[in-house]
Ligand binder design. Structure first.
Ligand SMILES: Cc1ncc(COP(=O)(O)O)c(C=O)c1O
Length: 475
């Protein structure tokens, strides 16, 4: 029977076991140990091609920049580059990695709200496509730095136009109460003030409406905000911009149809199962301004315009899984007060303790992020037995449910009966914001990463850390 999480030719059950691009997940786990992240090159390409379809619905060139913050292991950066995608970075470190991976300066876009001078120098020296400017202070710092280097920096101003998304509050980024960007009026005055600077090429405006946005309408709102910015800048300075950047934030469906009884609070669930085509969202957004553009004689404003997108999650999240082994198990009587169904025959909580904790899946603890859990060894068996599942860390909060009782994650995970220590499980859709946020907390080695290449061969693109790595930076 096909499982709801299956995706043809990518994530499938074969001979009762989970396969990723035809490779048996359990065999990878046995060979390389767990926790182990496994990525699919084919799925990364598929996701990039899906986003490139945006080109077909807009009237100007598209520049697709992968948001490296989602996952920036070198092998992944190279795979993204080889798929014909440019890159967005959020620090001097990511900028350096992008250059190392072979991206050229004009393929790089640099965000961040607390940039240091050395990071600006690196960006300016390498002539990157744009530094996204977060404040008037930062703009003056960039000008000063470029002047000292006798260079001209390409800059784009980040706006916060007050667009609210129904995503997780920690992922909202276009509100005036958020820490990002400039109010539109501040940005317009900056365009007036710096338009003739010999050291600044003010070439764009930018906004990012947040991550895992469940409603495509935010893209129409974002487009309208950028378009009115474009017109106002032209009216006030006579300058036609080179690009507008609408950020990232396209959602992936973490729940996937058919998983009806997962027991997550409604609002949270809607966010996790958000599912729309980026091309449809941008088509609607572009359509909203197209008529205005033609009727008010401002078509010339898009003549030399490029539209930038900065997707991270929608490229890498569903291309990666995390394999984990059950290392321990125990049973505990369920307190009478907690028994919700009096007819339930289950009198004890069955606990499974895995080797994947919030040190490698931080969002599970901070944002109560949902990653669907299955048995990699018995992926076609009925997943109908409830378990309490937890990671290996010393915190009581290192659990796969909502320890605060807020209903933001299911209390129990459904797996086949009789799961015992040694069984390999798989957390799905965890390619984004997982290893990228990982730490060695509790002296745990950062896990290895396997990439299943388009030719079906699995390659280790990052090794498991060793004892020495735990102390490599210490004196
Ligand atoms: C400025 C900016 N652009 C792009 C992204 C990528 O967002 P997502 O991974 O949701 O596509 C982020 C994420 O935080 C961001 O801050």
């Amino acid at each position: 029977m096909t499982q709801p999480w299956e995706i043809e030719n990518f994530l499938e059950t074969k001979n009762g076991r989970l396969h990723i691009d035809g490779v048996a997940a359990v065999e990878l786990a046995r060979e390389h140990g767990t926790p182990l992240f496994v990525y699919s090159e084919q799925r990364i390409r598929h996701n990039i091609e899906r986003l490139k379809k945006v080109q077909g619905v807009i009237g100007c060139p598209l520049k697709l920049c992968y948001a490296a913050k989602a996952m920036s292991t070198m092998g992944i950066l190279r795979a993204v580059k080889d798929s014909g995608c440019d890159i967005e970075v959020n620090s001097g470190g990511e900028l350096w990695k992008a250059l190392k991976a072979g991206f050229s300066g004009d393929q790089i876009n640099f965000n961040g709200n607390s940039k240091e001078v050395w990071e600006l120098e690196l960006a300016i020296e390498n002539g990157i496509y744009a530094i996204q400017v977060d404040s008037l202070y930062e703009l003056s710092l960039i000008e000063e730095t470029a002047k000292r280097l006798c260079k001209k920096a390409n800059v784009s101003l980040r706006l916060v136009p007050e667009i609210e998304s129904d995503t997780h509050s920690g992922l909202q980024t276009a509100l005036l109460t958020s820490k990002f960007g400039m109010m539109p009026d501040e940005a317009f005055s900056a365009f007036r003030e710096y338009k003739d600077s010999p050291h600044l090429n003010l070439c764009g405006i930018h906004l990012h409406v947040g991550s895992q946005n469940p409603d495509p309408i935010v893209y129409t709102q974002a487009f309208e905000a950028l378009y009115s910015g474009l017109k106002r800048i032209y009216a006030e300075t006579g300058k036609a911009l080179r690009h507008i950047n609408i950020g990232g934030g396209f959602p992936i469906n973490y729940v996937r149809g058919g998983l009806d009884e997962i027991g997550i609070e409604e609002g949270q669930r809607q966010m996790f199962e958000a599912d729309f085509e980026p091309v449809a969202a941008i088509d609607a957004a572009w359509h909203a301004i197209r008529e205005e553009l033609e009727s008010d004689g401002s078509a010339h404003l898009i003549e030399n315009l490029t539209l930038l997108l900065e997707p991270g999650r929608s490229i890498i999240a569903d291309a990666g899984i995390c394999l984990t082994t059950v290392r321990n198990s125990k049973q505990r009587p369920i307190p009478q007060s907690k028994i919700q169904n009096p007819k339930s025959k289950i009198e004890a909580d069955h606990w499974l303790l895995t080797d994947a904790g919030f040190n490698i899946l931080l969002s599970m603890e901070t944002y109560k992020w949902y990653y669907h859990l299955i048995s990699a060894e018995r992926s076609d068996a009925p997943h109908d037995f409830p378990y309490k599942v937890a990671g290996p860390l010393c915190d009581g909060g290192d659990v796969y449910f909502d320890i605060e009782g807020g209903g933001r994650l299911p209390e129990y995970r459904q797996l086949p009966p009789d799961v015992e220590p040694g069984e390999v499980l798989a957390l799905l859709n965890c390619g984004a914001y997982s290893l990228a946020q990982a730490s060695q907390y509790n002296g745990r080695f950062l896990p290895p990463v396997a990439l299943v290449r388009v030719n079906g061969e699995a390659e280790i693109i990052r090794r498991r850390e060793t004892f020495e790595d735990l102390i490599a930076s210490d004196f």
